[in-house]
Write a protein that binds this ligand. Structure first.
Ligand SMILES: Nc1ncnc2c1ncn2[C@@H]1O[C@H](COP(=O)(O)OP(=O)(O)O)[C@@H](O)[C@H]1O
Ligand SMILES: Nc1ccn([C@@H]2O[C@H](COP(=O)(O)OP(=O)(O)O)[C@@H](O)[C@H]2O)c(=O)n1
Length: 209
């Protein structure tokens, strides 16, 4: 059984996916962590985002492992835990360019499709491209201002600066981010986190919930 939760940046995907997964007693999978990990490694190695070959060689030479824990995902490269470095402003700013590369998308898709069911998968194209046959699909939205205020509070940053960066990342991600035609779209703006998790759980087909 697969439930997909896609949406724009900071719309609540990982918090909602985690809450839904806990309620169902299954793991959740953050596809963005793999894009972020690839970006971190590219930045560390000084690789240009326009050239996928050296990055793919690096990813295949020292494979990454996504650990889909219910409370929060982790990404490992051998014994090194990459997770603490995945949410810096530097990775935020570079990730869309890396995620645009078809070779990197194929690598992420392959990693995700190898994971054992059941799980809740969150990202941008889980319901459209990676798991089109998912049992239930959701797409989360909220205004840039609401999302910026939430993320600024989480990171202790200025809401105006965060909002500008979110709008720019939405623009760069537009090509790889769209609701599946059969996804239920939820505006999380007027809802609490618990409210969104409840709405998702209430909309699951009987055999899934
Ligand atoms: N409906 C909501 N109401 C209030 N805060 C929320 C809601 N959904 C998410 N948040 C908060 O917004 C922030 C961003 O959520 P997150 O799950 O990281 O989003 P995403 O995975 O889409 O980037 C977190 O601090 C989270 O607790
Ligand atoms: N399925 C996915 C997931 C993420 N991504 C890319 O990875 C970036 C980081 O994703 P994320 O889900 O961790 O980001 P947030 O929305 O949590 O800020 C996005 O801005 C996209 O560029 C993607 O292209 N496709």
């Amino acid at each position: 059984m697969i439930v997909t939760i896609d949406g724009v940046a900071a719309s609540g995907k990982s918090s909602v996916a985690s809450g839904v997964a806990r309620a169902l007693g299954i793991p959740y999978v953050s596809s963005g962590f793999l894009y972020r990990a690839a970006t971190l490694l590219a930045l560390e190695a000084g690789l240009p985002p326009s050239d996928p070959a050296p990055l793919l060689a690096l990813l295949r030479g020292r494979p990454l492992r996504l650990e889909p824990l219910a409370g929060g995902n982790r990404v490992w490269q051998g014994e090194r835990d990459l997770t603490p470095g995945l949410h810096s402003s530097r990775v935020d700013a570079g990730v869309s360019a890396v995620a645009r590369l078809p070779e990197v998308r194929a690598w992420v898709d392959e990693e995700l499709r190898a994971l054992p069911e059941p799980f809740v998968a969150e990202g941008r194209d889980m319901g459209t491209n990676v798991f089109p046959h998912a049992d239930a699909k959701f797409y989360l939205t909220a205004s840039p201002r609401v999302r910026a205020e939430r993320r600024a509070q989480e990171r202790g940053e200025d809401a105006g600066t965060v909002e500008a960066a979110l709008i720019e990342r939405d623009r760069r991600d537009a090509a790889q981010s769209a609701p599946a035609p059969d996804a239920r779209v939820i505006d999380t703006g007027p809802l609490t986190l618990e409210g969104v998790i409840g709405a998702v759980l209430a909309a699951l087909p009987a055999r899934t919930a």
